[in-house]
Design a protein around this ligand. Structure first.
Ligand code: CU
Length: 295
């Protein structure tokens, strides 16, 4: 790193800068100067927060990094808004106080903060539960390619490609740009774990109705899970720009009742008999992603 400065030193510089610029606030004479000092305070505080997170990330369990990422973004936003403002108040700056004296001045500062805090509490809880992978009854390997998905059921020893059905081959009732030749079939009311990876560029396996969006990255297995409560057909798309046919690699998932799924499986084992798959890596979450063999 530049001048051999590490994160701890950078954090210290941020804290010193924040303190220094906060102490500068009483010297401010015009509102323009206040804006500049507030911005510099924000950069100092933002720098301190940004340096603290890589340090903290090393100490955190990998499966919760998404939650910490959200905390980081909120801290960064606060660095530029709340911190310099409170700094101004603490420093007794006339402009900060004048702003508060405006009709509703306090309200437009405090109310959004309270709303954010109120939203944050259930969000963090939800993100925590989203990041946990409960005991899954089955695992499916999802692989993104330019430009189609392939699915493998390692335990069931089946694997197949899932390609878009071109518009002129659609049957009545099939939606265009969403219908595939071989949809992914899963049993309903079952915890299904997906391990998402890619063989070329970065894709993203996005199933809005399942609340699942997982990047498909070469050499990494990203883990997610879902449980489809209602049998039916569900659609999703690749939502990471991955090349010229990005819009032509939809995801179609058919959730069947367990008996129907078992029937499908019997046929699928004949139709899609796959070369033995590599065993599903069971410890992906604990290891924070693993290198897939063979890349
Ligand atoms: Cu893609």
């Amino acid at each position: 790193m530049l001048l051999d400065i590490g994160w701890p030193e950078l954090m210290l510089i941020g804290v010193i800068a924040t303190t220094f610029f906060t102490l500068m606030i009483p010297l401010v004479q015009t509102s323009e100067q206040l804006i500049i000092v507030r911005l510099l305070t924000g950069i100092g505080a933002g720098g301190a927060v940004s340096a603290a997170f890589p340090i903290a990330a090393e100490l955190m369990p990998a499966q919760h990094r998404r939650t910490y990422g959200a905390i980081y973004e909120m801290s960064l936003a606060a660095s530029f808004t709340v911190v310099p403002f409170i700094g101004g108040l603490l420093a007794g700056n006339q402009y900060a106080f004048r702003f508060l004296a405006l009709p509703g001045g306090l309200a437009i500062t405090v109310v959004p903060v309270l709303i954010l805090v109120a939203i944050a509490i259930p969000s963090f809880k939800l993100m925590y539960y989203m990041d946990r992978v409960p005991d899954a009854a089955m695992t499916i390997n999802v692989t993104g390619h330019q430009w189609y998905w392939s699915y493998a059921y390692p335990k069931e020893k089946i694997a197949f490609d899932s390609n878009i059905v071109p518009e002129d081959k659609l049957k009545p009732g099939q939606p265009r740009l969403l219908t595939v030749d071989n949809p992914l079939v899963v049993p309903a009311n079952t915890n299904v774990r997906v391990l998402v990876t890619s063989t070329d560029v970065i894709h993203s396996w996005f199933m809005p109705s399942f609340g699942v969006q997982e990047y498909a990255v070469i050499g990494r297995h990203n883990e997610s899970w879902f449980n489809v409560e209602k049998p039916g057909t569900y659609y999703g798309e690749c939502n990471q720009i991955c090349g010229v046919n990005h819009s032509r690699m939809p995801i179609e998932i058919v959730a069947m009742s367990k008996p129907d799924y078992e029937k499908w499986l019997v046929d699928a084992k004949k139709k899609f008999a796959a070369a033995p798959q590599e065993p599903a890596p069971a410890l992906v979450a604990a290891a924070g992603g693993s290198r897939a063999a063979g890349y």
